[in-house]
Design a protein around this ligand. Structure first.
Ligand SMILES: *Cc1c(COP(=O)(O)O)cnc(C)c1O
Length: 426
């Protein structure tokens, strides 16, 4: 069956972020349970990257499955313009209760990139509805906010976005905040202040950039400055939300509050695609008018899908349980111990940790062919050991589901330490 699935896949499917000609062999997965995935040969893998950062409580979780299957027999989908339903109402109520107090309204979409698109459109049209033209966006260097055109525009430019360069809109980039660069950043913001529709940022951790991290105090200072200059702030918690940083949201590490927040990935516990954008009353009111042209003309077919909202509610119950909160702290502590243990290893250039997110930057020369071989070697090596780790360049990282046992976590650490042993690296 394994080879049959592989061959049929190759005949018809085009995979994301994959050079189909030179890609590693594709692995057909037939089932998941807890932190494990099983391939068609029955081989077990530890999902150490939460299936692209989405899975919170493990695969095929019975509680989520039960709630979703009950909802499936009641109402599977309904148009969200002119209609509503209990799961969307409940989810909005519960989320707003957990978010910073200024978040007052929820706008649903169906993935992270579209949650970002909505946030950007809210900000640009906020200015427009006030009779102003503000169309430039402030973003961090090395940012990643998604792959649709708007989200791609506010992400950092790279080889990957090069074919679309002329079609991307103008963005002013600033460095992520440190103790030393505040004055420089202030000058850039001051220069463009009147044209800026908003500032969009990944708080505390820039995931796709390689788990780059900055300190909450430094981000707070920057946010306070943006607030004083009346620049709207979009906090993209698509990756860091729902416990990844050790607290429920990155917002829980910050004193200053954003105007808009974006969520997806862990929102449904990784069960269904769902995105949402929350905003303050002030943003909402800029669209609340008798004038029909002040409407936010945006919507996706599957907006607020009842099954996805139900999965999100079930996931939230699990997340807030004592057991999961304990597991999150357990993973944080184990990561800390591992960091202390291997910190001075000569093969490690830098170690970074924020809550349950751990990144190990390896001492390797980038852009060399040696580097590419190294990537393929590491990826395959971990797969052979039964661990799914997809390095970002020379950066190994762990974003585990919270149900990952300490035994499995230590097996992953052990496997990483073996890789660091020079005699193991070819
Ligand atoms: C993954 C991600 C997105 C995009 O979400 P998709 O659902 O993949 O479109 C946006 N922002 C951040 C910070 C992300 O990590």
């Amino acid at each position: 069956m394994y080879n049959d699935l592989k061959a049929r896949d190759k005949a018809v499917n085009w995979h994301p972020y994959t050079q189909m000609k030179t890609a590693n062999e594709i692995i057909p997965i037939v089932r998941g349970e807890g932190a494990y995935l099983y391939d068609a040969n029955g081989k077990r893998y530890i999902d150490a990257v939460s299936s692209w950062w989405v899975t919170l409580h493990g695969h095929a979780h019975p509680h989520i499955a039960k709630r979703v299957s009950e909802q499936l027999l009641k109402l599977e989908q309904v148009i969200f313009a002119g209609f509503t339903h209990e799961p969307a109402i409940q989810l909005s109520e519960q989320l707003l209760h957990l978010l910073p107090a200024n978040q007052q309204k929820v706008f649903y979409t169906d993935n992270g990139s579209t949650a970002v698109e909505v946030a950007l459109k809210m900000c640009v049209q906020y200015a427009y509805n006030h009779g102003l033209k503000k169309t430039k966006i402030l973003a961090f260097e090395n940012a990643y906010h998604g792959d649709t055109f708007g989200a791609m525009s506010v992400s950092s430019r790279s080889k990957w976005t090069e074919p679309f360069g002329d079609l991307l809109f103008e963005v002013i980039y600033i460095e992520t905040p440190t103790k030393n660069n505040f004055e420089r950043t202030k000058a850039i913001i001051e220069e463009h202040r009147n044209e800026l529709a908003c500032f969009i940022y990944e708080p505390l951790v820039q995931g796709a950039a390689g788990m780059l991290m900055h300190e909450p105090e430094d981000l707070d200072r920057l946010m306070q400055y943006c607030r004083s200059k009346e620049i709207l702030m979009i906090q993209d918690e698509i990756f860091v939300g729902f416990g990844r940083t050790g607290r429920l949201f990155a917002a829980d590490h910050l004193a200053e509050k954003p105007d808009i927040m974006c969520f997806s990935k862990g929102l449904t516990g990784g069960t269904f695609p769902l995105g949402l954008t929350t905003c303050s009353q002030e943003i909402y009111e800029a669209f609340y008018a008798d004038d029909p042209y002040k409407t936010l003309f945006h919507g996706h077919s599957f907006t607020a899908n009842p099954l996805a909202c139900t999965a999100a509610l079930a996931s939230l119950e699990l997340l807030l349980s004592e057991e999961t909160q304990y597991d999150i702290q357990r993973i944080c502590k184990e990561h800390e111990q591992f960091v202390a243990e291997v910190d001075s290893h000569p093969k490690i250039k830098r170690l970074r940790q924020c809550g349950t997110i751990l990144a190990i930057e390896l001492q390797i020369e980038e852009n060399s062919s040696y580097f590419n071989q190294q990537y393929a070697y590491l990826y395959t090596h971990f797969l052979n050991e039964g661990i799914i780790l997809r390095p970002l360049g020379n950066i190994l990282y762990l974003v585990p589901p919270y149900c990952l046992s300490s035994v499995d976590l230590h097996f992953i650490y052990h496997t990483i330490k073996k890789v660091l042993d020079p005699s193991q690296i070819h």
